[in-house]
Design a protein around this ligand. Sequence first.
Ligand code: NAD
Length: 390
Amino acid sequence: MKRKLRMGMVGGGKDAFIGAVHRIAAFMDGKIELVCGAFSINPEISRQSAEELFVAPDRVYADYEEMITKESQLPEGERMDFLTVVTPNFLHFAPAKMALENGFDVVIEKPMTVTLEEAKELKAVVEKTGRTLCLTHTYSGYPMVKQAKAMVKEGHFGKIRKIVVEYPQGWLSRLSEREGNAGAAWRADPKKSGLSLVMGDIGTHAAHLAEYVSGLKITELCADLSTLVEGRVLDDDGSVLLRFDNGAKGVLMASQISAGEENAVRIRIYGENGGLEWANEDPNNLIVKMLDQPRQLYRTGNAYTAPYTLSSFATHNTRIPAGHPEGLLEAFANIYRNFAATASAKREGRTPSPEELDFPTVDDGVRGMAFVQNVVASNASNEKWTKFEM
Ligand code: NAD
């Protein structure tokens, strides 16, 4: 593109958590600018947020419907190109659908919707409109996660047999939803959050990471969900046994009552010849453990030579020389950069490269919602194994 892509936002005001992270990520490469928004449920907070972000007052809208309607009436050289949806879960589907139907691309937070039906409908709209939808599964944006995926794909570990993925957090160890924490309050409300708190909020990240790195699909599962904080309506802890489409077995743990934990995402994958380990709290390291060999440490940003050469997907998503820490903001920015490159390529009639196309899409969103629904069904069932229905 000969110009920046123009971004609009629904949610992400001064009263929000993740919206600011989206802006840092979107702006990091200088290819995106913020032009409009309906930034908050509270119009005054939305107005103040816009002022601080230097968004023109006439591009601050009362709600997403007004924003999409009025933006579509602006001349092509002015109107937004894509909408970022960073509202609570129950307010993802409607703005995303309306934006796509009005010719805008979409960046949307996970879980993509609150039901599988909505997710499938959104996929149908993406297919009908031909627009681009990017789902922000943050952890898939790290260079060493890309390297792990590439090594599994090239058969470095042999046939994959075992996948262990964990996402423990401790921030819901108390009844924070009744103690004035707005983010906890909507997450703990089934109408706003969905069928499961822990699986929608963080289990979807873990399931996506397992499928993304392994290249495998979950086919069956056996789930145990619990509400361990008294007075909470939805679950806050879950363990799931997994079976994958190549016969591999897996374990997924997602927990928001793991007191003292921060965001301890970790994945271990074992094949016939060896395994790998990656952890969000040490993201520039990929530990490779081969049978009968000393342990190896692959690090972001190195120019290793064969046979240790880093994959083009890892280097494409690396920004700075080795040893300077890259973290979550850069991983998030990688997702935006790949989305922006793909959206721009499509607008220019160019075919995006495989590296540019490497970001989570509406298909991942549908699988995420299917994961939540299947986990909840398995937890409620007396059958040991539940087929992963889509
Ligand atoms: P939050 O409660 O901190 O912020 C929600 C924002 O949406 C607020 O600005 C609120 O005013 C606004 N909002 C609510 N209703 C609105 C409406 N009708 N119109 C306009 N704005 C409205 O929530 P959050 O923690 O920022 O989470 C938002 C979404 O991001 C959730 O779906 C969550 O699951 C997801 N999330 C993803 C990650 C990740 O790692 N990818 C991390 C955190 C949150």
